[in-house]
Design a protein around this ligand. Sequence first.
Ligand SMILES: [Zn+2]
Length: 193
Amino acid sequence: MSEHLAAVPFGETGTLPPFADWATFPFTGDLRVKPFETPVLPEPPRAGAGGVDCEACDKPDEDFLWSDDHWRVGSTREPSGLPAVLFLFPREHYDLVDLPPALAASYGPMIQRVERAYLSLGGIGRVHQNKWGDGAEHLHLWFFGRPAGMLQFRGSFLTMWDDVLPPIPTDQWRDNLHRIAASLAEGGGTAYA
Ligand SMILES: [Zn+2]
C-alpha cells in the first residue's frame, strides 16, 4: 500500500475532487465520498482465473458478433444508452501481460479495426477504449462510442453516461451490432450478428 494511502485513517471520507463540477460529470446535488475500506490482501482471484470456468473461453463463436482464428468481438447482452458497447477478446485465455508476441503484434491492428467498424455506423463523435480486467482475468478491451455532438458526454464519464441514459431501442441496437459485425468481416473473419 502506498504511503499516502497508509496515512489516511480508514473509515474517514475524502473531499469531492474538482471534476464533480465539470460539465461532463453526470451527477449533481449533495454528493459525498464513501468511507475508504481497508485493503484486501492477497486479492481474491478474478472470474475465470487460470482459464477455469472462464466465460470468455467457454462461449461458442456464435455468441459473439465476429471472430477469426485469433480474436473475437462481442457486445453487452442488452442495449444500453450508447449505440453499442463492444469487447475485444483474444480467442485463447491470456491477459494483456502474458499475450504471446504474435498476438500482441496483432492487438493494435485489431483495436483499429474495431474502432473503424464502430465509426462505420456514422454519427459517432469518438470511440473510447478501456482495459480494466478487475472482474475477469481473460483480456477484454471495452469500446464505447460517443454520439456525435454530445459534448456533455466527452471523456471518461462516458462509461457512466452509458448507464444513466435510457437504453436505445432494441431493434436499433441489433441493427448497429449487425452493421459493426459486417464491417469487421469486410477485413476477414466471420460475422455472426
Ligand atoms: Zn478465458
